[in-house]
Write a protein that binds this ligand. Structure first.
Ligand code: CMP
Length: 143
């Protein structure tokens, strides 16, 4: 079953949006298989955002994501990677539709509330940065 890495960024945690965001993915029918609150280290941030290393905003990106706790999650389900990205909305909140997470809660590109993997390769890589295998729990529903 497909998995994705989603992360409520420091702005989302400080604005008490964790519950709202988790609810959206639960209500959609995806399964939470791992979650934790953590402070991202500079090293983790630089690895996670390695593809943006040459961009002028890289320093700002690393400073922001390490500035306070994030809520890291792994979700499982059919087409979860693409569906989660649709639910998150466009990266730039100026372009994200109402009804999406960024469309409803974000106003700035640098503080866009949530990160989500953009491909199966990114999901594998990002899950590996933030979670150990034993922290992920797949289970069959019994009720
Ligand atoms: P995210 O999906 O976490 O992936 C990379 C992040 O870089 C993106 O969300 C934005 O928050 C951020 N970002 C992209 N472009 C810019 C920019 N021009 N200035 C500041 N931050 C940016």
């Amino acid at each position: 079953m497909e998995r994705t890495y989603l992360m409520v960024k420091p702005d989302g945690v400080q604005r008490n949006l964790v519950g709202e965001i988790v609810s959206r993915f639960e209500n959609k029918g995806f399964q939470l298989v791992g979650a934790k609150l953590l402070t991202v280290t500079k090293e983790m941030a630089e690895t996670h955002y390695a593809e943006h290393k040459e961009r002028p905003f890289f320093g700002e990106l690393v400073d922001f994501i390490t500035s306070g706790p994030v809520f890291a999650m792994v979700w499982e389900g059919e087409n979860v990677i693409n569906t989660a990205r649709k639910m998150m909305g466009a990266t730039n909140p100026a372009d994200s539709d109402p009804g999406t997470i960024r469309g409803d809660y974000a106003a700035k590109l640098s503080m866009n509330v949530i990160h989500g993997s953009d491909s199966p390769e990114s999901a594998d890589r990002e899950i590996g940065i933030f979670f150990k295998n034993e922290e992920l729990i797949s289970y069959e529903k019994t009720i």
